[in-house]
Every structure is written in structure tokens, then in C-alpha cells.
Design a protein around this ligand. Structure first.
Ligand code: SAM
Length: 302
């Protein structure tokens, strides 16, 4: 879930496609195309994705069998398929870089949706960028974004979390760390852990926090369950299919309710402002009138 990028060493060439031209005079470097594939409905493939899948010299994929099957359904004659999964992607990247150097265009796909989003891809992308080659996205389906846009929860700010730990204790700690987030939170979860996830989330975020469970997106039995965490936890009712869970961010009212007023008073006092400026600062922080804030500060003098 957490990927802390290291700084990419050295400046990237201005035009990675022409990187090798100075050396060979003829070879134009290839591009790594990150191609999104459907998350259920086969029609969710773009024209550009199809064109590239038909024209690249090889496709690096999470699972060669699933990709072969997908290409067959899309009527694409498979080029060379190279497996690229979490256990071999670092080594595979070197092989792909050599091919890019030779001028081959390469596609990277995962089993579903956007590669590198809770799927293999990130280490390859980093290494290819560091080696100075072009990496270009071919946008398409992504379960989290599809769930978000139809959820009815705020979309102006959101945070992708992906999968939490499968272990109950660590999962609860991870949820705890997100309680004060104000953005809509997006989780991937397996259906058999959904009930436990919702009951933990209801306990930690509060039963009244709005949430949505989006299931089987783009497929025949697509379903959105909207309600509060308490309601959803009482009747999770889902044991099969694929799910995205969205939890609304902490509201301003909730934030104030959970705020330690004494800590805010101490914070304002530490600023050493005049009494009226202090009242103004405190009223802003805890949404009281200036008069109320002034009185609070007077009561807490010294
Ligand atoms: N790369 C993918 C993407 O762009 O969304 C995510 C792959 S991740 C390994 C698989 C998880 O994505 C599933 O466990 C589920 O949480 C979510 N997911 C994938 N397809 C879905 C669908 N059709 N409906 C709901 N959730 C889906």
C-alpha cells in the first residue's frame, strides 16, 4: 500500500524517445505503454489501447494465461507475452529496458484495471524512468475511481488506500490512523473480509459516518450499497464478487466534536497575541463566536 519513492537519480533526457540516436544514429528508443484493461465489462477498452496492444512487440503482464484469454476475447493476436508479477518485476524490468533500448515498444498490463494501482507495475515504471526511457499511460478502467464517481460521496478530495492488512490488529491500527482524514477514503477489500472490515470501521470511525460499498462494477450484478457504516456493518450481505469500500472523510462538525478545547486554548496562548487577537484565533479554530472565545480565554488565564 505505501510506496515511498526514492529520488530518481540523474536528470531525465528531454526526449527519451531519441535517447539512443546520438549513439547509433538510427535506433529510436521504444516506449513503455501502461495500458488499462477492463475491470469486468469487456467493452471498457479504449480504441488506443486496442491499437497499441496490436502493435507492440511484447506485452509484460501479471499473468500470461489471463492476458492471453483477454486478448482472445478482444480479438488481438498475442505478441510475445512476458510475465511480470510482484515476485519477478525488478528483474523483469532489466529485460524490458534492454528491449526498449533496441527500439521495441512494450505494453504493461495487469489482470484488471490500471496497472500499478494495487497491481504490479511500480518497480518497472521506476526503473524504466531511471534508465531514461519514456513511460506513457493509456487511461481506462480503475475500480476505485469508478466506485468514487458514482458513490454520491464527495469527489473534490479523495485518498486512495487500496488493501489494508489482512491481519485484524494491523488493519484496525491502519484504520485508526485515518480517522481524522477529511478526504473520501477508498479501500479495496476481499468480499470474505468485508463484514469484519465494516464492523471495525464502524467502531473506529463511528457508526454514523457515511460510506458506500460498490460491488461488481461494470458487471451484470453491479451494486452500490449506500448508508452509514453502522447500517452497512449490520447487513454486509456480500460474500462474493469484488468490492470497493468508500468512507466519507471526517466532517467539520465531527472534527470540532472530537477536538480537545484545552489543547486549542494552550495553542492560542502560546502565540502570545493580544486578548482580542487571541479571541479571534480561538474562535476560528473552534468555530465559537469571538465573545465566547474571549470568555473561554478569560476563564483559562494564567
Ligand atoms: N488495478 C486494479 C484497478 O485499477 O482498480 C485493481 C486491482 S486489485 C488487485 C483488485 C481489487 O480491485 C479487488 O479486490 C477489488 O477490491 C477491486 N476491484 C477490481 N475490479 C472490481 C470490480 N469490477 N468491482 C469492484 N471492485 C473491483
Amino acid at each position: 500500500m505505501t510506496q515511498t519513492p526514492e529520488p530518481i537519480s540523474g536528470p531525465a533526457p528531454l526526449d527519451p524517445r531519441s535517447r539512443l540516436q546520438g549513439q547509433t544514429g538510427t535506433t529510436e528508443a521504444g516506449t513503455l505503454w501502461l495500458i488499462a484493461v477492463p475491470i469486468g465489462n469487456l467493452e471498457d477498452i479504449t480504441l488506443r489501447a486496442l491499437r497499441l496492444l496490436r502493435s507492440v512487440s511484447c506485452i509484460a503482464c501479471e499473468d500470461t494465461r489471463s492476458t492471453r484469454q483477454l486478448l482472445k476475447l478482444l480479438d488481438v493476436t498475442p505478441p510475445l507475452l512476458l510475465s511480470c508479477h510482484e515476485h519477478n518485476e525488478k528483474e523483469r524490468a532489466q529485460d524490458l529496458i534492454q528491449r526498449l533500448e533496441q527500439g521495441e515498444d512494450i505494453a504493461l498490463v495487469s489482470d484488471a484495471g490500471t496497472p500499478s494501482v494495487s497491481d504490479p507495475g511500480y518497480p518497472v515504471v521506476r526503473q524504466v524512468i531511471e534508465a531514461g526511457f519514456a513511460v506513457s499511460p493509456i487511461p481506462g478502467a480503475c475500480a476505485a475511481i469508478s466506485a468514487l464517481c458514482a458513490s454520491g460521496l464527495p469527489t473534490n478530495r479523495f485518498r486512495f488506500i487500496g488493501f489494508l492488512s489482512a491481519k485484524g490488529g494491523s488493519r484496525r491500527t491502519q484504520l485508526q490512523e485515518l480517522v481524522e482524514a477529511q478526504e473520501t477514503l477508498m479501500f479495496y477489500e476481499s468480499p470474505h473480509r468485508l463484514g469484519k472490515f465494516l464492523s471495525d470501521a464502524s467502531e473506529i470511525f463511528g457508526a454514523s459516518r457515511p460510506a458506500v460499498v460498490a460491488r461488481e462494477l461494470t458487471k451484470k450484478y453491479e451494486e452500490f450499497r449506500r448508508g452509514t457504516l453502522g447500517q452497512l456493518a449490520q447487513h454486509p450481505g456480500i460474500t462474493r464478487g469484488e468490492v470497493v469500500v468508500l468512507i466519507q472523510g471526517q466532517s467539520e462538525a465531527e472534527r470540532i466534536e472530537n477536538t480537545d478545547i484545552n489543547a486549542l486554548i494552550a495553542e492560542v496562548k502560546a502565540l502570545n497575541l493580544s486578548p482580542s487577537a487571541s479571541a479571534k484565533a480561538l474562535s476560528k479554530r473552534c468555530h465559537l463566536s469571538r465573545q465566547e472565545a474571549y470568555e473561554l480565554l478569560q476563564q483559562n488565564r494564567g
